[in-house]
Design a protein around this ligand. Structure first.
Ligand code: DAT
Ligand code: MG
Length: 151
């Protein structure tokens, strides 16, 4: 594996249920680097672009309605092998099939309310970060310098 980025998005149910800290914490504790973040009300056209590969699925209209129903937290996480590792941390699409210890396995019940999104490939990571974090800059290197300097 090489250094790559995954687009992780806390869906409206995760935000409304107060799970933002819990979900971010799992990626921080694993050791990945948070490179971008915003709280965002996703417009319908951007949700359709994000999920374009699923546009012919019967659940697509309901999925777009769900994702645009309230604010989401959009994030870019970076690290070696982060795309596959994040999918493991997140767990199976159907939370009833997701293993205990995964985010969906611990925190969700319904496929249509599965609290978090994670990219399925490094290429989709790039594409989805370009979509959900359009215009958001990466500041991590600057933060590390301040932290290393001390008080
Ligand atoms: P994942 O989010 O695990 O990558 P996916 O890309 O196949 O799963 O689908 C995207 C989202 O669409 C998924 O998180 C929830 C919804 N979804 C998928 N399959 C569904 C189904 N059979 N019924 C309802 N919603 C579904
Ligand atoms: Mg997917």
């Amino acid at each position: 594996s090489s250094v790559e980025q995954s687009y992780i998005m806390i869906k409206p149910d995760g935000v409304q249920r107060g799970l933002v800290g819990e979900i971010i914490s799992r990626f921080e504790k694993k050791g990945f680097l948070l490179k971008g973040l915003k709280l965002f009300q996703c417009p319908k056209n951007l949700a359709q672009e994000h999920y374009k590969d699923l546009k012919d699925k019967p659940f697509f209209p309901g999925l777009i309605e769900y994702i645009t129903s309230g604010p989401v937290v959009c994030m870019a996480w970076e690290g070696v092998g982060v795309v596959a590792s994040a999918r493991k941390l997140i767990g199976a699409t159907n939370p009833l099939q997701a293993e205990p210890g995964t985010i969906r396995g611990d925190l969700a019940v319904q496929t249509g309310r599965n609290v978090v999104h994670g990219s399925d490939s490094p290429d989709n990571g790039k594409r989805e970060i370009g979509c959900g974090l359009r215009g958001v800059k990466c500041y991590l290197n600057r933060l590390v310098k301040i932290w290393q300097r001390g008080a």
